[in-house]
Design a protein around this ligand. Structure first.
Ligand code: GAF
Length: 394
């Protein structure tokens, strides 16, 4: 990571700003073991931060109000005045940052200029949450540099709101929470209703989680993400009209859902049916991990894929192909599309000593069928956002 990410980011900073950065921060992407699309429906999710990061090299400039941000990988730069009101702009990457800044522009927070270069090893549009890493990374930096006294939860929520207000994606809290709260070798069981959470050891007993990137890129702004959310909100409205005593979406039963099926319409019914089943699967998965029942965990992952594909309808041909073919290989316990859907990666639970054979077979088949070279990510479950304080010598 040092060679591949931190040093090039610092080198770019020095070349552009003719100075040393004062501080370096690392903000990770995430995987999600199970619990997809339930984070905006009072569900439970099981994500973890991974060893793919956005690295920020930063310098504070107390003599000026100008903040210059360079997105090294995109070859783009943006400058704004920290004393002026900020609005959404053309460059989508900058909206994640400005959306954070706008929430923190308050009379009690006094900012000055900054110089920032960032670069990333989180592939964009692959469902590993590079946007959450960017939003939360920037909120974390402002908190550190200007002593804003934000809690980790507040940083996650600010990241999520930035996505809503400046990027136009009505996402849940899972990605931001994982990026901020990640712990090495631990999976987070997050209750998205209360934001209470607990950690589980990610001991997979000789199995590993491998990501297969279909290389079908998506952005939640133009995919069906917001539309799915609307379908779900419509379903919830009807459920709560009939059962106002129910506090959380997850407390509705399938029988209750069935009782309003006609009124709700078949689309919202399918979406809500998937969600209630998925929330239950997450609880089962947490139990399976804590009891070391990795085989059952695999079965649950595969069930999630079926739900995402046919009930929630967020898969695509490439991901269905990857999942179906991966499951036919020896040593595979489970496979599913991961993240918001419409492209991106599958997450696969594979026996460690069979992984290479599976990768070879699937890469070949995928290429043969779609003429696309799939990418493979071996990820480690890692710490959440942090300052990088080790020596860096260039
Ligand atoms: C995207 C969103 F940003 C998350 O909030 C979550 O809904 C996920 O899709 C699906 O589980 O990553």
């Amino acid at each position: 990571m040092h060679e591949q990410l931190i040093i090039p980011t610092i080198t770019k900073f020095k070349a552009e700003f003719k100075a040393e950065p004062e501080r370096i921060f690392l903000s990770p992407g995430r995987i999600n073991i199970i619990g997809e699309h339930v984070d905006y429906s009072d569900g439970f999710v099981l994500p973890a931060a991974i060893d793919k990061y956005i690295c920020f090299a930063v310098r504070k400039l107390s003599q000026t109000n100008v903040c210059t941000i360079i997105a090294k990988d995109l070859g783009e730069e943006y400058t704004f005045d920290v004393t002026m009101e900020v609005k959404p702009v053309q460059q989508m990457w900058m909206n994640y940052i400005l959306g954070v800044f706008s929430q923190l522009q308050k009379p009690e927070n006094v900012f000055c200029g900054m110089e920032i270069v960032f670069s990333s090893t989180i592939p964009m549009g692959s469902g590993l949450s590079s946007s959450a890493a960017l939003e939360c990374g920037f909120a974390y930096i402002l908190n550190e540099l200007f002593d804003l006294q934000l809690s980790k939860k507040e940083i996650a929520v600010i990241g999520q709101k930035s996505e809503h207000s400046f990027a136009g994606v009505q996402c849940g809290i899972m990605d931001q929470f994982a990026s901020v709260f990640g712990k090495e070798n631990k999976v987070i069981m997050l209750d998205c209703h209360s934001l209470e959470h607990q950690y589980f050891d990610a001991d997979l007993k000789g199995y590993s989680l491998l990501l297969f990137d279909s290389c079908v890129k998506h952005t939640h702004l133009t995919s069906g993400y917001n539309e799915r959310r609307k379908d779900v909100e419509h379903g919830k409205k009807i459920l709560w009209k009939k059962f106002p005593e129910i506090e959380k979406f997850r407390d509705f039963t399938i029988a209750m859902l069935d009782s309003v099926k006609k009124e709700m319409g078949s689309v919202s019914y399918k979406r809500c049916f998937y969600l209630l089943k998925e929330i239950h699967r997450v609880k089962m998965a947490a139990k399976a991990i804590s009891e070391g029942d990795i085989e059952y965990l695999g079965t649950l992952l595969t069930e999630t894929h079926a739900g995402l594909s046919t009930e929630f309808e967020v898969s695509c041909n490439e991901l269905d192909f990857l999942v179906e073919n991966t499951l036919q290989q020896e040593g595979v316990l489970g496979s599913r599309i991961m993240g918001g859907g419409f492209g991106g990666c599958s997450i696969n639970l594979i026996q460690e000593n069979k992984a290479e054979e599976v990768i070879e077979a699937i890469s070949e088949k995928y290429f043969e069928y779609f003429n696309i070279q799939m990418k493979i990510y071996h990820v480690k479950i890692s710490e959440g956002i942090k300052e990088y304080t080790n020596e860096y010598i260039i």
